[in-house]
Write a protein that binds this ligand. Structure first.
Ligand SMILES: Cc1ncc(COP(=O)(O)O)c(C=O)c1O
Length: 432
């Protein structure tokens, strides 16, 4: 027998707020994608060719960068950015304690050591006021993640970096088009990685872009991209390996898809803004809900709209993550696609707890590299608190979903969060 008032939830037989099929999948594909992709498919070159080169030029122009290198993932672009910035074995690199795993594992890729910094609860980004305390003589760089599409306060970060002679890598994998004080992500640090995987606001299935305005960083980053060669395939290759390289290039069909999507990105961005703004306005005043923030001077791209539980308004006193998962399931049954995305803070992940990436404790076993390095999850209480409290909305805010979907989304969120105390995790878990 379920609690009487919970019967209104669709999970227990009530009517769901959002009709099946109303929310469209991402990304929208039309004739413009088809035309470019088919052009690439029938072209002589399906590895690197004109579409790759043009995508780089068009993205550099869109974002306002001197250099852009198309890669097969955002993670590859992050790795290249670190090496471009001179990070090497045993160096320490600061990074947010809460992000996608590869914001930190890209540091391990080059045998450097991630040093985590707690987040700020309001912005969910690295707490810029905690950066300076984490800097030591071994610190070489900071990976700044513009998480969920909200840029970090880069004025503060760049001031600290300048003072301590550090390089700043922007992880803008989620932040296409987001701005801080009128500047786009990817134009404020020394080098930046974007991702185009299918979840991203700008997608071509899989892919990434390294951008920088610095010729030397670009040159050093390129050394990783194509087997350690220094020339691009379109230049005459000498097939000589000058440095330790990977195979981080991408192909023509993917580049063509990326170009077609980039041409539509300004329109997608407007849709994201309109839907995000609608939710900001229409979800105000719900006791159990902490809405995301968009501080003054920031333009969010609403890549990921976070709903966080205000525990002060919730009667449940058991495991918070369990209650959050139950709320998520109730929301899903109302027809709203949502997930609890990262459920662990980064330092808690096994690779860091074990301090072993390449075997034999490497890179922490490098001389002096492990000095003062601890990964105690209790040292990142704000990231922990966020992790057990949030539910992420992604696809409902994306084109072609417009304000009609935003309206239904707000209705579903209101229904669930205004009745949150009717949710009993035991009852929710019993529903298969
Ligand atoms: C913040 C962040 N950094 C890095 C990445 C890695 O991008 P990719 O999946 O293209 O390697 C992602 C996405 O997965 C991300 O969300």
């Amino acid at each position: 027998m379920i609690c009487k008032s919970a019967e209104k939830f669709a999970l227990f037989g009530g009517e769901s707020v959002i009709p099946e099929g109303m929310i469209k999948t991402w990304p929208p594909v039309d004739k413009s994608d088809e035309k470019l992709v088919l052009d690439a498919l029938y072209a002589e070159k399906q590895a690197r060719g004109d579409h790759n080169i043009k995508f780089e030029q068009e993205f550099a122009e869109y974002n306002g960068n001197k250099h852009a290198i198309f890669t097969n993932s955002g993670t590859a672009a992050l790795h290249m950015a670190l090496v471009g910035c001179g990070v090497g074995a045993g160096d320490h690199v600061l990074v947010s304690a809460y992000s996608w795993s590869s914001s930190a594992t890209c540091i391990l890729h080059h045998n450097a050591i991630p040093i985590f910094v707690d987040i700020d609860y309001d912005t969910i980004n690295i707490d810029v006021d905690k950066i300076e305390a984490a800097i030591t003589p071994r610190t070489k760089a900071i990976v700044v993640v513009h998480l969920h599409g909200l840029a970090v306060n880069m004025d503060k970060v760049m001031q600290i970096a300048e003072k301590h002679d550090l390089k700043v890598i922007e992880d803008a994998c989620q932040a296409h088009g987001a701005t801080f004080n009128g500047k786009k992500t990817g134009t404020m640090g020394h080098a930046t990685a974007f991702s185009f995987n299918q979840n991203k606001c700008l997608s071509c299935g899989e892919g990434g872009m390294l951008v920088t305005d610095d010729d030397e960083i670009c040159k050093a980053a390129l050394s990783l991209w194509s087997f350690g060669e220094t020339r691009k395939p379109e230049e005459s290759r000498d097939y000589h390996v000058y440095a330790l390289g990977w195979m981080y290039r991408n192909n023509e069909i993917t580049a063509a898809f990326g170009r077609a999507q980039l041409a539509k990105y300004p329109k997608y961005f407007d849709t994201l803004r309109a839907n995000g703004n609608y939710l900001q306005e229409n979800l105000k005043g719900i006791d159990a809900l902490v809405q995301p923030t968009e501080p003054e001077g920031h333009v969010h791209n609403w890549y990921n709209y976070n709903l966080r539980i205000n525990w002060d308004a919730v009667q449940w006193t058991g495991d918070k993550g369990r209650f959050r998962d139950a709320v998520c399931k109730v929301l899903q049954s109302e027809g709203l696609p949502c997930v609890a995305w990262q459920q662990f803070i980064l330092p808690e992940m096994t690779v860091f707890q074990a301090k072993n990436a390449y075997g034999q404790g490497c890179p922490w076993s490098l001389p002096g590299a492990d000095e003062g390095v601890t990964y105690n999850p209790q040292d990142y209480p704000v990231a922990q608190r966020h992790c057990e409290s949030y539910i992420a909305l992604v696809v409902a805010l994306r084109a072609p979903n417009g304000l009609d979907v935003a309206e239904k989304t707000a209705e579903a969120v209101r229904k669930v969060f205004e009745n949150i105390n009717d949710i009993d995790p035991d009852e929710v878990e019993a529903v298969k």
